[in-house]
Design a protein around this ligand. Structure first.
Ligand code: PHE
Length: 361
């Protein structure tokens, strides 16, 4: 091999050795082997040589080209390996660490209370029913003895939905209470009926004690003889079990709902001595639910003969009784999605509420 080719090879190999990043390596490859590269330029001189010289120089050039290409490839592989190692080093995860302990999930107090309600009424033989959040006028109002123009419609601060034409559709509402599930159940089930229906409800109302979305649980019992005494006994059982206090005093205050007659609002006894709220005997009362005997018009609208069947219904706010039991002072915090709040008021997800294991873990 001629001295000049030997020099060219030595220079290029030395340059390859100096390279420390992939971009510079690619530049070097182009400047040596590319169309306008130094080796390619030498190749182009072959045409002007004698056949002998051409053969000799051609072979020598091929050797130079091969060794430079090999050196470039080797360098490329080692630079790529270095880059991968650096990335792996930087992105290292310690798989033996606990799973994000600071983020451990908690059951929301509404879920917990919901589960407790289902556990208690389940034990009493109630089944759980469900209904749609988007209701029609008939199930939310008319069948519940709230005809159009009835003042109770205004009281409900209803959210109406828009139809496809973008206009308000007076037929389609976000349910303002869980009572429409009474109607749906009676439409689909023969008495005797004994159900609860926990669910989300919506009213256009927002202040210290109201949020536009909240949760209720509806109860409905229909058979031939269900009476107000049964309603009282049933609610007494529930509050004792739920608040885990024996014989909580109950007070039934006469009230009005279009879908029950007679109607009552129910208070539980409590004491506020020393600024601390205690559920049970005491000098004070707290309202917790509305109830009454199902109105004959409601039975009729649902296809049940009021001459043959009768029953009672009640509706209770889930956030409200959760606040009372767990000492949560502000309703709005239920919906703030604040992890610190949830860590404080939340429940361990694996300890399900049940009457036999104790309601509260
Ligand atoms: N639906 C009533 C409300 O939302 C509560 C209720 C239910 C009252 C069943 C009586 C019977 O205020």
């Amino acid at each position: 091999m001629s001295d000049s080719l030997e020099t060219l090879r030595a220079e290029l190999l030395a340059e390859v050795d100096q390279i420390s990043d992939l971009k510079a390596l690619e530049d070097l490859r182009v400047s040596a082997l590319g169309k306008k590269g130094r080796i390619t330029a030498e190749m182009k001189t072959l045409g002007g040589l004698s056949p002998e010289e051409r053969k000799e120089k051609g072979q020598a050039l091929n050797q130079v080209k091969a060794s430079v290409a090999e050196a470039l490839n080797a360098r490329k592989e080692s630079l790529e390996a270095d880059a991968l190692n650096a990335q792996l080093e930087a992105e290292r995860v310690d798989v033996s660490l606990p799973v994000r302990p600071e983020e451990m999930g908690r059951l929301h107090p509404i879920s917990q209370t919901w589960d407790e309600i289902v556990a208690i009424f389940g034990e009493m033989g109630f089944t759980v029913m469900d209904g749609p959040d988007i209701e029609d006028d008939f199930h939310n109002f008319t069948a519940l003895n709230i005809p159009p123009e009835h003042p109770a419609r205004q009281m409900h601060d209803t959210f109406y939905l828009c139809g496809e034409d973008g206009e308000v559709d007076m037929e389609s509402v976000l349910r303002t209470h869980t009572s429409p599930v009474q109607i749906r159940t009676m439409e689909n089930q023969e008495p005797p009926i004994r159900i609860i229906a926990p669910g989300r409800t919506y009213r256009s109302d927002s202040d210290m004690t109201h949020t536009p979305m909240f949760s209720q649980v509806e109860g409905l019992v229909i058979d031939k003889k269900a009476n107000f005494g049964h309603l009282k006994g049933c609610l007494q059982e529930f509050v004792n079990a739920y608040f885990e206090v024996d014989d909580i005093p109950l007070q039934f205050r006469p009230s009005f709902f279009p879908f029950t007659e007679p109607s009552a609002e129910v208070d539980i006894g409590c004491s506020r001595k020393g600024g601390e709220l205690k559920i049970g005997a005491g000098e004070d009362w707290l309202e917790i639910l509305g109830c009454g005997m199902v109105h004959p018009n409601v039975l009729r609208a649902s296809g049940i003969d009021p001459e043959e069947y009768q029953g009672f219904a009640f509706g209770m706010g889930i956030e409200r009784i959760a606040m009372l039991k767990y000492g949560i002072p502000d309703l709005r915090t239920f919906f703030d999605a604040d992890l610190r709040w949830l860590r404080h008021y939340g429940f361990l997800p694996l300890e399900a509420a049940s009457m036999t294991r104790g309601l509260t873990p």
